[in-house]
Design a protein around this ligand. Sequence first.
Ligand SMILES: Nc1ncnc2c1ncn2[C@@H]1O[C@H](COP(=O)(O)OP(=O)(O)OP(=O)(O)O)[C@@H](O)[C@H]1O
Ligand SMILES: [Mg+2]
Length: 348
Amino acid sequence: MYIDTVDKTIKAEPVILGIETSCDETAASVIQGRTILSDEIASSANIQAIYGGVVPEIASRAHTDVIDLVVKSALKKAGVTLEQIDAVAVTYGAGLLGALLVGLSYAKSFAYALNVPLIGVNHIRGHLAAAYLVEPSLKPPFVTLLASGGHTAILYAESEEKFQILGATLDDAAGEAFDKVARILSLPYPGGPNIENLAKQGKNTVPMPKMLHGDGGYNFSYSGLKTSVINYCHTKEMKGEEYSKADVAHSFQCAALDVLVEKTLKAVKEKNVTTVTVGGGVAANGYLREKLQTACEKEGLHLVLPPKRYCTDNAAMIASEGLIQYKLGNFSDLSLNAKASIPLKAEL
Ligand SMILES: Nc1ncnc2c1ncn2[C@@H]1O[C@H](COP(=O)(O)OP(=O)(O)OP(=O)(O)O)[C@@H](O)[C@H]1O
Ligand SMILES: [Mg+2]
């Protein structure tokens, strides 16, 4: 059997090929240790935009069309030969099943053909591991803010492999709220960056609900915020009153993101750590990045803020988490299946 014959020698600085196809990005990356050698991304977002969101079948077909090209390009840019690859790390969940299966099947064939370990990577752990590529000397303990399309949580990293969930969203995720509010404001997909752009022309003048500040512990709730935006816009429209969409976007953005910064800093104090890391697509938001930077500077904290490209989906983060699992000898068999959803608790 493949898993019995595969070379399980653990190298100090292995060359890992990472593959990510959980949503609409087909991504491949080669890392050596914590150094990124290449990082390729092909996105079907421009096609998905026509439909106002990701159509799973279109995403799967787009992955099938480009995965071989993307992986070959990543290998070429990294300047590595097939013989130099020590392991293949691939996202097995959570995500769109058909999309995941494209990357997973490709990675299995690749690992089998090279007789190197296959490492099934949890997408969310990948977002969290992006920080190690930005700062290779990073060591736990630290507090992490996870804010993505499907997750919002404050975590305490005890070690590279073990996280404690201090709090999480009780309903929608922050990124999901950006996407839903973008639809209400008739902004095209993807919602997050378009809200951010529109918000730059607006002011914080539209009343937004209280966001579980002090009394919510480390938990979040975004569904009330979304409803509040719907109610405000519909009321104005029904009364035939003019309103500024830019002000709505700006006010929503402040309400959605200020609470993330506040609770991250609260966790840092409680856990008595000096380092903060951030992961997930919402961390690409300029307003959030600036707020975090200012708050951390003021408190004398060390902030590891991945460049925007490493906040949204990419394969370097998958390879980075692959490295953590590689060092633990956590290799997968070819029977590894794709998973559409994995509860956050089971992921960490
Ligand atoms: N500049 C931005 N401002 C706010 N939100 C943003 C920005 N850029 C991206 N996002 C949000 O980030 C999300 C996409 O990134 P991400 O990879 O974290 O999500 P996902 O892969 O769909 O979900 P998950 O990683 O939880 O499975 C979307 O919800 C998008 O609106
Ligand atoms: Mg993601």
